[in-house]
Design a protein around this ligand. Structure first.
Ligand code: FAD
Ligand code: A2P
Length: 403
């Protein structure tokens, strides 16, 4: 029986912003007054639509036989996604890109089931504010994080919600709606940004959040391009008001259990959720708690690394941070996956420990390298990688967020 990994859009999360339909190079996405849907016979799984989707509604997959693929008429009628009937492509908390399939044991039963957060994670609020009814935030601060001499212009932006209810958890993201209209005359769609603050506020006890935003001045091919939302955000001044939607994210969440270990792997602005989780643990350190933190953070140079100062000042006993720099003159290129391999003796036992939760955030390109490094480390420690990988996903202990 020919199987299909059918691409679907979650109607409960989709904000009908049309981004996916505009982005799809194959015209595989269409909509009616009710839902946005994917044509199974046209979609080739190229993933072009996934990163621009502001809510993550686009990133849903179901394994079906080709004969049983959901038609667009069936999808138009849905109020919610059907559950996985047989073997799920999507693991707990992980959307598994097609190019990573070789890392999976795709025939295994353990892949069944919906995405899941860690068992001890707090329950998140999601989709409280939408493109049609956004919340208003006020800029409380906007600071450049990267050295003036650095190529990347990365900002730490603090947004205050005043009396507006905007509850968040570490690992969640928000959408920012840039003002104005796109060249086609439609309002700009929202862009998604990970939160860099813990749940009790950027400033403890305040109803504010923070973002780590890189100003996009070149496209992915290196050609000059002025990113609409990142430039809007980086140019905001204290007191400016902006439209925010969300919060988003119900799986990339941290465990509350104080005995859980956090293995955090990130590049560039992927530091945002790691900062949030680290700061939560720093603020709420419980005496005698067994849970530990290990961070692998990649950047071109120390000057390009957001939060470099505060990060390097944290006590070694609190967080074991390994910084991987790729463009330091006179030094060989070092990526986070190289750092992981060098630290195999420390990482291996963590992979064997059911208290370990792995978080990967930042450049899409690092996913495969990081997972291959984790696989090699597991195997060097005599672990069955397929088992480890399946357990990590089934138990909501491996989360990827790359863009
Ligand atoms: P656009 O106007 O949308 O794009 C302009 C051009 O630049 C296009 O050609 C586009 O393809 C290209 N481009 C888009 N993004 C990039 C990029 N990052 N590098 C190079 N070229 C690019 N961004 C952050 O800065 N911080 C975050 O914490 C963050 N978290 C995210 C979390 C999630 C789950 C997702 C999906 C994305 C996240 N992003 C984050 C990316 C962010 O949503 C925007 O895509 C990014 O800011 C670019 O938007 P823009 O409007 O400035 O560029
Ligand atoms: P590189 O020097 O090769 O660009 P950026 O500054 O573009 O956000 O990237 C952050 C860091 O991630 C840089 O050190 C960059 O190295 C590195 N990087 C680029 N590609 C990969 C990859 N495939 N795996 C891991 N790290 C990567």
């Amino acid at each position: 029986m020919a199987m299909l990994n059918q691409h679907l859009i979650d109607p409960q999360i989709c904000i009908r912003c049309n981004t996916c339909e505009e982005t799809c190079p194959n015209d595989a996405i269409t909509h009616d007054a009710n839902n946005y849907v994917v044509k199974a016979q046209v979609c080739n799984g190229c993933m072009a639509c996934v990163p621009p989707c502001p809510t993550g509604a686009i990133d849903n997959w179901r394994q079906v036989s080709e004969a049983d693929a959901y038609s667009i008429d069936a999808q138009f009628a849905w109020d919610e996604l059907p559950s996985q009937q047989s073997t799920a492509q999507q693991g707990a908390g992980v959307s598994v890109p097609h190019r990573l399939e070789h890392l999976l044991d795709s025939g295994s039963d353990v892949l069944r089931g919906a995405s899941a957060p860690p068992w001890s994670a707090a329950r998140p609020h999601v989709n409280l504010y939408t493109q049609n009814a956004p919340a208003t935030a006020v800029v409380a601060g906007n600071y450049r994080l990267t050295n003036e001499t650095a190529d990347s212009d990365i900002h730490h932006i603090v947004l205050d919600f005043g009396t507006t209810f905007f509850p968040v958890l570490e690992g969640q993201s928000i959408g920012v709606v840039p003002p104005g209209a796109a060249p086609n005359g439609r309002p700009y769609h929202a862009r998604q940004y990970s939160l860099a603050n813990p749940r009790d506020g950027e400033r403890r006890g305040c109803n504010n959040v923070s973002l780590t935003v890189k100003r996009v001045i070149r496209d992915h091919d290196g050609n000059p391009a002025r990113g609409v939302c990142s430039n809007y955000l980086c140019d905001l001044r204290k007191g400016d008001r902006l439209a925010v939607i969300g919060p988003f994210g119900s799986t990339f969440l941290m465990p509350n259990h104080p005995g859980s270990h956090l293995l955090m792997i990130c590049t560039g602005t992927g530091a945002a959720p790691m900062r949030a989780m680290t700061e939560y643990r720093r603020r709420h350190q419980c005496d005698g708690a067994a849970g530990r933190l290990m961070l692998f953070f990649g950047a071109r140079t120390p000057q390009e690394l957001p939060y470099f100062g505060p990060l390097t000042n944290l006590p070694k006993g609190f967080i074991d941070a390994d910084l991987a720099f790729s463009r330091v003159p006179g030094r060989p290129k070092r990526y986070v996956q190289d750092a992981l391999r060098e630290r195999a003796a420390d990482v291996g036992p963590w992979l064997a420990d059911r208290n370990t939760h792995v978080y990967v955030c930042g450049l899409k390109g690092m996913e495969e390298g990081v997972l291959l490094a984790l696989r090699d480390i597991a195997q060097r420690h005599g672990l069955d990688w397929q088992r480890v990988w399946a357990d990590l996903r089934r138990e909501g202990r491996l989360h990827l967020e790359t863009y």
